[in-house]
Design a protein around this ligand. Structure first.
Ligand code: HEM
Length: 422
């Protein structure tokens, strides 16, 4: 039933998972099972809707922010090599943008990568674009390295310390940050290799983290993703249809024309590697786990009643007079109404890296949140969670990054050009 497949897949693309929306940014899937990667003539074999879904590289915003969560992801930070400055950084952003555009269209990288190899790795041969996105950001140190400190936006001021921090500086921050996501793990890895190879002699890898989410089609209907604690995670996210969505997530134009205009249409990404103490968490009875969050585990409904999409009633008490959503419940403490409206778009990947030296799972959340201003998004909320969230005893923040993510590149432009060439 091609019609059904198309409808389902389209719904998945356009909307269910909190970080969804972005209508018009995703191509493919409209033809359902009969969609071709190339309506681009290059791949005559029919792909499934997962393979044929394509996200546009060019646009007002970079891809990978409002794009629905993908099944496979890589986060990678680079430092410019000694001697590399603004000119080399500009050349790198030009190479990366050209590669990202081709990769996201499902095409092989052009021959002659900057590392001297003259051919595509072949890892993604046979696959379509698979909703690949490649997103680029700049860390605070990038501005020192490129002589552009005067153009560094205030939102990149270092995050304050939090009591839950056990941060590994070697796996934190970095001059440049790249987020890769795709609904196929080989397509994601292919992009990762291309990004690494194009960095060649200009930048070296500082850290890399690999993550995943649910595979499209694994659930009977499109739904908000679960994390490794088993919770439905993403329900309270701002929705692209909200009137204040852009205002919360994207940097407006005109704040300071000359200095920061390069960031208009961009956003700030806060990246936290948050280890989950799963052995401890899994010992809790489900009812206790639900009180920690303030929502039901099975369907994400607030403990004050209703379904996943029902608003939380933070004042509602049970017959015993106790609040149904406890005082220290994570969803209560982090909710915008308890944080002077502070909100962010959470778009994470889960991760697991085997068993750590202490014998417990090295697993958790690559928490990525997007906001127009970290001081009105992540910072106040994390400060509050830090002081008394019921979830905190089960978490350890192990790495942290803050990156300014420029607006999307227009046709013929590369990401960051408005900073690096004006
Ligand atoms: C591994 C760490 C974390 C886990 C497992 C987790 C889990 C959850 C869950 C299950 C919900 C309820 C469903 C939803 O609305 O998405 C939630 C809500 C939320 N979380 Fe977290 N969270 C984590 C870390 C954080 C951090 C570090 C922040 C920000 C500093 C944060 C901010 C929020 C916000 C803003 C909401 C929505 C509140 C609302 O509007 O209802 N979370 N989280």
């Amino acid at each position: 039933m091609p019609g059904t497949t198309g409808a389902l897949s389209r719904r998945r693309l356009l909307g269910s998972a909190g970080a969804a929306g972005a209508a018009g940014l995703v191509l493919g899937a409209a033809g359902g099972a009969t969609g071709y990667a190339a309506t681009r003539d290059k791949a005559p074999t029919a792909l499934t809707s997962v393979g044929s879904s394509e996200v546009m590289f060019h646009g007002k915003h970079q891809p990978g922010i409002t794009t629905p969560l993908q099944a496979s992801g890589h986060l990678i930070a680079f430092d410019l090599v000694p001697g590399a400055g603004r000119k080399e950084a500009a050349a790198l952003m030009r190479r990366w943008s050209a590669a990202a555009q081709r990769l996201m269209a499902g095409e092989p990288t052009a021959g002659g990568a900057a590392d001297g190899t003259g051919h595509d790795t072949g890892i993604a041969l046979d696959a379509g674009p698979s909703s690949l996105t490649v997103t680029f950001g700049f860390g605070a140190t990038f501005f020192e390295r490129t002589g552009l400190v005067g153009r560094r936006p205030p939102g990149l001021d270092p995050l304050p310390p939090f009591s839950a921090d056990h941060l590994d500086t070697a796996r934190s921050n970095g001059d440049l940050w790249v987020q890769i996501g795709a609904d196929d793990a080989l397509v994601a890895f292919h992009a990762l290799r291309a990004v690494q190879k194009e960095a060649a002699s200009t930048a070296t890898v500082r850290w890399q983290m690999n993550g995943f989410n649910r595979t499209p089609g694994a659930t009977a209907k499109p739904m908000t993703a679960r994390n490794l604690m088993g919770q439905i995670d993403g329900t309270g996210n701002p929705k692209p249809a909200d009137t204040d969505f852009d205002q919360r997530v994207f940097v407006p134009s005109g704040a300071d024309e000359a200095t920061y205009e390069w960031l208009a249409g961009g956003s700030y990404a806060v990246v936290r590697r948050i280890r989950m103490l799963l052995d401890d968490w899994e010992k809790l009875p489900v009812e206790h786990q639900e009180r920690v969050i303030g929502r039901r585990k099975a369907d994400g409904a607030p403990l004050s009643g209703g379904t996943e999409t029902t608003d939380m009633d933070l004042d509602k008490a049970g017959p015993d007079g106790k609040l149904l959503i406890p005082d220290n419940a994570h969803a209560r403490i982090s909710s915008p109404e308890r944080n002077s409206g502070a909100a962010m778009l959470r778009r994470p990947f889960s991760y697991h890296d085997g068993i750590a030296a202490d014998g417990t799972p090295d697993a958790g959340l690559l928490f990525i949140c997007w906001q127009a201003d970290p001081l009105r998004g992540f910072v106040p909320v994390q400060r509050k969670l830090d002081r008394g969230d019921a979830l905190s005893p089960f978490l350890r923040h192990e790495a942290s990054g803050l990156f300014a993510v420029p607006g999307g590149a227009a046709a013929g432009e590369y990401v960051g050009q408005r900073l690096l060439e004006s």
